[in-house]
Design a protein around this ligand. Structure first.
Ligand code: PRP
Ligand code: GLN
Ligand code: MG
Length: 505
């Protein structure tokens, strides 16, 4: 899903960006990067594969000098997992630009050809984000003057919107100018802006994927960046904002609320935590309605994301809530790990059953979502091994039957356990005694309650409706051939680690 952050301030930003990335780590565990602009107006870059705490050592932090910078944590959804595709990306013309991106472009292939044929620009990686950067750079290049005016920068964003399709929340820096951030015209991926006022009255600004990053760094949340909107903060700290899309719509990704975002974040005016509690309430009511005859003894979450949901289900059903599984806090999120083998292995490394909570009991296990079924299959087995009599499973998200093309790595329908299957077939595969899914309308209502202005969510993984309207079966087949687990494994063997810009080693 990737996390992005940018700070335009008057004090060194290296530590603040590092701290923000640790708070956004749940959005991407594969690679991390920071770029700053130093006193000589040069970019300083450090990026590599790994978690934030492993990528940045003291020596890197010392070299990441400057009062403006951007950062990224990566969960790959395009290209490869190579360090050369870690972000931010750099291009030297015009002026020198770096950029970090959360999301996924659906027309990357055509844009790559167009950039080479018409723009004479070579893209050296298989990343869609490098393409996005070069499209933006080409558009900035159309203005002959230096420095560019805010109007020019917004015009370049508007022209970029017209060419690229898909989902994107972007933060970038232009040498001699400042920090730019923008969000796709459907607002699929989240982006917020905050402000911190210094003792001398000057304002520092920060943009980030989630509001929790602002909270942690003492920035006051100003608002969500609107779909299609761009934000420009000059080197001197002046803030400009402009709507740059012709027909912006608010279609936030529903899966952010289910799984990706941290519960203490607000996305598009919706508290992720409250939305999850309401998911629990609605699912609890459905269980009470449909499973009257099931004799449940205890409600057990599958840590970590489902905990808030399961607690509310237990309250609605008037049953005890117990931590039947203990999570190893040193193992990250399994769903965003690359490759099915590593995901499979990680479930048992991550979760262990508390036998006392299972022995001779009918247990209701609750997860936020069932995607490939990797977690639930093994968890049901573990519950039985721990002595459970009957194992029931409830998912706070409906059946996930369609691929995601907007920044969640679910490129292949056949890898989804619910694809082409009815609930009972899924139940058999998972090995549960009963299985229940949330209804899509209930899930949408649970989220919408905080912000009734969201008319339509980006819910494609549940209903197959792609809000950018450019996704057809041909594209889905192409994506599947490019990114299914086998194709990725082959690509991993041929990875090259060429970085295009000096990397603080
Ligand atoms: O059906 P699957 O393909 O297994 O995917 C779904 C599971 O993956 C996620 O957990 P994850 O371990 O990534 O993170 P969490 O600790 O935040 O729950 C999610 O919360 C589900 O438990
Ligand atoms: N999950 C994301 O947002 C990924 C961003 C970008 N498509 C990449 O693969 O690096
Ligand atoms: Mg989970």
């Amino acid at each position: 899903m990737c996390g992005i952050v940018g700070i335009a301030g008057f004090m060194p930003v290296n530590q603040s960006i590092y701290d923000a990335l640790t708070v956004l780590q749940h959005r991407g565990q594969d690679a991390a990067g920071i770029v700053t602009i130093d006193a000589l107006n040069c970019f300083r870059l450090r990026k590599a594969n790994g978690l934030v705490k492993d990528v940045f050592e003291a020596r890197h932090m010392q070299r990441l000098q400057g009062n403006m910078g951007i950062g990224h944590v990566r969960y790959p959804t395009a290209g490869s997992s190579s360090a050369s595709e870690a972000q931010p990306f750099y291009v030297n013309s015009p002026f020198g630009i770096t950029l970090a991106h959360n999301g996924n472009l659906t027309n990357a292939h055509e844009l790559r050809t167009k950039l080479f044929d018409k723009g004479r620009r070579h893209i050296n990686t298989t990343s869609d984000s490098e393409i996005l950067l070069n499209i933006f750079a080409s558009e900035l290049d159309r203005f002959p003057d230096y420095p560019l005016e805010a109007d020019n920068i917004f015009a370049a964003v508007a022209a970029t919107h017209q060419q690229i399709r898909g989902a994107y929340a972007v933060v970038g820096m232009i040498i001699g100018h400042g920090l730019v951030a923008f969000r796709d015209p459907n607002g699929i991926r989240p982006l917020v802006i905050g402000k911190r006022t210094l003792a001398d009255g000057r304002n520092e600004y920060m943009v980030a994927s989630e509001s929790v990053a602002l909270d942690t760094l003492g920035f006051e949340f100003l608002r969500d960046v609107a779909p299609g909107e761009a934000v420009y903060i000059t080197e001197k700290g002046q803030l400009f904002t402009r709507q740059c899309a012709e027909n912006p719509q608010n279609h936030p990704c529903l899966f952010e609320y289910v799984y990706f975002a941290r519960p203490d974040s607000f996305i598009d005016k919706v508290s992720v935590y409250s939305a999850r509690v309401r998911m629990g309430q609605k699912l609890g009511e459905k269980i009470a309605r449909e499973w009257e005859d099931l004799d449940i003894d205890v409600v057990i979450p599958i840590p970590e994301t489902s905990c808030d949901i399961a607690l509310e289900i237990a309250r609605i059903l008037n049953l005890p809530y117990r931590q039947g599984f203990v999570k190893n806090r040193y193992v990250g999120r399994t769903f965003i790990m690359p490759g099915q083998q590593v995901r499979r292995k990680s479930v048992r490394r991550k979760l262990n059953a508390n036998r006392a909570e299972f022995r001779d009991k009918n247990v209701l296990l609750v997860d936020d979502s069932i995607v490939r079924g990797t977690t639930s299959e093994q968890i049901v087995e573990m519950a039985r091994e721990a002595g459970a009599r009957n194992v029931y499973l409830a998912s706070a998200a409906p059946e996930i039957r369609f691929p995601n093309v907007y920044g969640i790595d679910m490129p292949s329908a056949t890898e989804l356990i619910a694809h082409g299957r009815e609930v009972d077939e899924i139940r058999t595969l998972i090995g549960a005694d009963a299985l229940i899914f949330q209804d899509l309308s209930d899930l949408e209502q649970a989220v919408r309650e905080d912000n009734p202005d969201i008319a339509q969510f980006e819910s494609s993984v549940f209903n197959g409706i792609y809000v950018t309207k450019d996704v057809d079966q041909r594209y889905l087949d192409y994506l599947e051939s490019l990114r299914n687990d086998d194709a990725k494994a082959v690509r991993m063997q041929n990875e090259v680690e060429n970085l295009e810009m000096y990397n603080e080693g």
